[in-house]
Design a protein around this ligand. Structure first.
Ligand code: URA
Length: 422
């Protein structure tokens, strides 16, 4: 077997065997297959796709490329988001479902994106520890039902190496490669119930609904093939989620949401995702599960669980720093907001330091943007559209306003939950 024949076979549109896929992934991981050969292989997949069986096999090979986590705790649940601007969902959802008895032992990432990942965001809470020993991780899940840390162990090393190459070869958007990347990591972290929030829209990895549905079906199939309950919720990411963009600002919005005072879109999203997670983990009717989630969102039990969780990980919820300088952006004209470009807003947040361009960039956890309005809102001329909280870098009015479109016609608010595939 050799890599040139394998690339050739794929190029002819033939199906690769599991042995050929294993040879390629293992060869790349141990260095016998070079970057340029793997790039050619990934490009073929990007252009021609993989069959369902090939994708299932590739996921299995990636999954077994490193350690898998077994905490010895039954019926763990996990949630994954494909990432979007203003996405602080996990910080609300995890304690909320834990307050109903859903057990969460979650590893999250740092973002290489417009704002930080969940781990960066949580580090804006003074003292919050995002790493711990495996024993403490396990004990905390057993004691309070929830622990959330950065990546630990050598889980799915094949994905780390392949993802870094995909990032620089324009192959990040391949559906089978995304499915195998996400699902190998979810399966390696050992949860029995997996809910995926698949973002669709301008600020998301996947822009088209058709592609998103294909990806969702594929991930659900891979999960079920591995005897995991798996659901995928397709959600709109044309505009940012909630009003806050930037690490500490997003944590504050997450806290307010758990106090029952969150933005409508974020609140609806955590109720939907939480309902699904609770339904899957506790084996109760989905509608009843959703009601329970709502109850704990408004009766303070979700918030109490958040306090318990943050304290268990050493954080001081009273001490979350935000930047001192504030600039208000005013609307130039009146009208209904028809678009707030999530991607461009994300890039502006990154420009003032809220996100990373390179892996080793330092994030400024205190800066960000607070929107005053969402798509569908009517604004008057000179009404404040947003506040920028900044330190040493700035956003101009022109840059910010170029992310917006307005119309004279009243328009409907975009639908947040597009579809659920299970
Ligand atoms: N997130 C992942 O973990 N992998 C992908 O390929 C895309 C998004």
């Amino acid at each position: 077997m050799n890599i040139l024949d394998i690339i050739d076979k794929k190029e002819k549109g033939e199906t690769l065997t599991k042995e050929e896929l294993k040879y390629t992934v293992e060869g790349y991981l141990n260095g016998t297959i070079k970057d340029y050969q793997m790039s050619a292989f990934l490009t073929e997949i990007d252009l021609l796709g993989l069959s369902e069986e090939e994708t299932i096999n590739l996921t299995d090979i990636m999954l077994h490329s490193g350690e898998t986590l077994d905490l010895g705790i039954n019926n763990l649940s996990d949630k994954h988001s494909t990432g979007g601007v203003g996405d602080k969902t996990t910080i609300v959802l995890a304690p909320l479902v834990a307050s109903l008895g859903v057990k969460i032992a979650k590893m999250s990432g740092r973002g290489l994106g417009h704002t930080g990942g969940t781990i960066d965001k949580l580090e804006s809470i003074q003292g919050f520890q995002t790493s711990m020993t495996l024993d403490k991780f396990k004990n905390q899940v057993n004691e309070i039902g929830l622990a959330l840390v950065g990546q630990m162990g050598n889980l799915v090393p094949a994905d780390k190496k392949i993802y870094a190459l995909r990032d620089v070869t324009g192959t990040v958007d391949s559906i089978p490669l995304i499915a195998s990347s996400i699902m190998s990591k979810k399966l390696a972290s050992g949860a029995s119930n997996i809910v995926i929030d698949l973002k669709v829209g301008s600020g998301a990895l996947v822009n088209s609904l058709d592609e998103a549905k294909k990806l969702a079906n594929l991930m659900v199939k891979i999960g079920k093939n591995n005897n995991k309950k798996t659901s995928c919720v397709l959600t709109n990411m044309d505009e940012p989620l909630g009003y806050a963009i930037g690490n500490s600002l997003e944590v504050i919005e997450a806290i307010n949401t758990l106090k029952g005072k969150g933005p409508e879109d974020l609140t609806n999203l955590v109720i939907k995702l939480g309902g699904l997670m609770t339904h899957m983990a506790l084996n109760i009717d989905e509608k009843i599960a959703e009601e329970k989630v709502k109850e704990n969102l408004y009766n303070g039990k979700g918030y109490q669980k958040m306090l318990e969780w943050i304290q268990a990980q050493g954080g001081n919820i009273e001490n979350i720093k935000i930047a001192k300088n504030k600039k208000t952006i005013l609307a130039k004209n009146e009208g209904y907001i028809s678009k707030i470009d999530a991607l461009e807003i994300g890039k502006l947040a990154r420009k003032i330091g809220a996100g990373r361009l390179n892996k080793d960039d330092q994030i400024d956890l205190t800066v960000g943007i607070i929107l005053n309005h969402k798509v569908g809102d009517y604004v008057q001329k000179n009404e404040p559209l947003a506040e920028i909280l900044y330190n040493d870098k700035q956003i101009t009015d022109e840059e910010f306003l170029s992310c917006y479109s307005f119309t004279n016609q009243k328009i409907d608010k975009p639908k947040l939950i597009i579809d659920i595939i299970k």
